[in-house]
Design a protein around this ligand. Sequence first.
Ligand code: COA
Length: 700
Amino acid sequence: MSHSPVTWQLDGQVGVITIDNPPVNALSQAVRAGLLAAVEQLEVDADCRAIVIQCAGRTFVAGADVREFGLPPSEPYLPDLLNRIEACSLPVVVAVHGTALGGGFELALAGHYRIAHVGAKLGLPEVTLGVIPGAGGTQRLPRAAGFATALQMATSGRPEPAAALAESGVIDRLFDGDIEQLAAAALAYAEQLVASAAPVRPLSGLAVSSDGSEAATIETTRIALNKRSRGQRAPLAALESVANSLTMSFSDGLAAERELFLACRNSPQSTAMRHAFFAERATAKVAATEGAAPLAVNKVGVIGAGTMGSGIAMCFASAGFEVVLLELSAENLQRGLNTIADRYADAVKKGRITAEQRAANIGRVTGSCDYSDFADVDLVVEAAFESMAVKREIFTKLDEVCKPSAILATNTSYLDVDEIAAVTQRPAQVVGMHFFSPAHVMKLLEVVNAKQTSAESLATAMAVGKKIGKIAVAVGVCYGFVGNRMYSAYGREANRLLLEGATPEQIDSAMTDWGMAMGPLSVADLSGIDIGYKARGERQPAIDDPLYFLPANRLAEAGLLGQKTGSGFYHYGDSGKQPNPQALELIRAAAAEQAVPQRSYSAEQISQRLLAALVNEGCRILDEGIAERASDIDVIWLNGYGFPRHRGGPMCCADEIGLNNVLATVEACAAEPGDRYWAPSPLLSQLAASGATLADYTAG
Ligand code: COA
């Protein structure tokens, strides 16, 4: 028994089965086999009158073992195991703590009675991995929770707190004592069931209750999913499967669910979404921090109370850090503090935090106009004006006032962190922490490992990033780091397509139909066309290609700056966003003046070309060691740039399309007369020639 992750023993009349499969008690083959053996043996044990299934460690079962998804299935299969548990002739009590997700929630539903710790969450997150529940979740949950709740949970993937599920009847008992006492409470519950001769209660024996509103609920959900999960197959398959529970017998519903599950599991979308899941966890493994322990950080200074700085201050305050927010003018400081108070008030209004949490978060932020208030902070994040002169001055000052152990971070999006570090006496303690706007919402954090940054400082910035709920990705120093450098290549190509005859609407809709959250020209309008224009102007050495971002430059020079001026690549008026003839005229005039031949592009050509621009630049970044692995680049694009999760990120997508095909697009563009930017990345050429993939690439 010692090697099995599942153990069981008889406690009085109750057989207690414990799953202990760290870190998250995933339902690996060994767990499934152990559970089956345990239930079968306890059921025939004459002294056993009821069974409890519980988990050791920090959580109940967090799902099927995602690592087994790509492998041939091995027995016992989860659906069979759960049917067997449900068919057990003894009452089965399932005790849930932490998170019961996917197969874990399905296991709980296969039991006859459920007790949950009040802090537990239960859910069916399969759609976030491109699949649907495959072991009865879509059939048992509607029988337990009601149709509407089940439909919502299975299609959104969002877990629900145990208390909410107790209301809808899924959880029979809520346990609000010490989590360590849950096992005793579950045992007591089972003993009571034995004493009262409680029957087994298989959910499969119930019908889904109907109040006649289901058809309308299905339609509303379908419309919402087509909008929210555009292009994704799994949410619609989950909808279909839950809907089957209304019209099919339990066993037919189960068979149909299995078919839908397998079709989803074998799809490239699921491969991409599983890639994203593991890629996001792999970012924490950074070679440069090996052996280094993060330093303790309790108090944080933030410089700049503008949109970015106040958002950054909120990230820290919400995570329990003490924050000193610094601005030179009292007026700007007050504006920043007001913004923070307003945003937290909004979060209360939306039910995301309580009024008490708002007060506590605000209480953790102290405003200051005096650098000496930074004397005892452990970390500073500078989010001041994006100018090297300004940053140099600030870091010189910080170096004087901050305690010697303090780490100094800059939130610069483009500037050279090595140059900033060089003005201090502590370059080993200077890093970049590049937040994305709005900082209190966006999950991505690029942590910039500058030339002299120590392993300890990098480890600290990564650990702090995780504590504030970000997905932190370590990157090296270059212009724009990973995300913005690639975005530049992408934007440059979008501008090039405009010059060659494509319209803003064609380009944007090609990309949104392909799955991007927004098209590149709508993004430019939203962020302000002047922002990129100024950044390009300041960049040294200046780029001397007259075609480089020419359409955007012409618009900026004509005062068409995007949404803020009501006119950019689009026109924004009373009737919303419309094509902008004035912009098109400027673009066509620029093309004529530069004698750029006009042609037409299909949506597929547009998306292929823009993706190839991303991948080619991504390969250069990888080759230069700016990113440690291709999947880190994917994580950046998924979490910072609205890249569709079901395509896994640009590098994952390139593997899926085939690197030789991506290279062919790059080479075709490079062969166009006058091209300056499309030289294939040597790494892309090399990997394509050897038939290798980006997923398998490790720098060496
Ligand atoms: N299968 C295999 N491994 C899993 C897993 C699963 N279902 N869920 C988590 N893990 C692994 C992670 O890869 C990570 O491994 P690593 O330490 O080698 O990187 C480890 O367990 C810890 O996970 P992590 O997400 O870092 O921990 P957390 O405490 O932040 O979150 C969960 C815990 C359970 C909430 C989160 O892991 C999760 O959402 N898991 C997926 C649940 C799911 O989708 N289940 C349905 C599967 S069909």
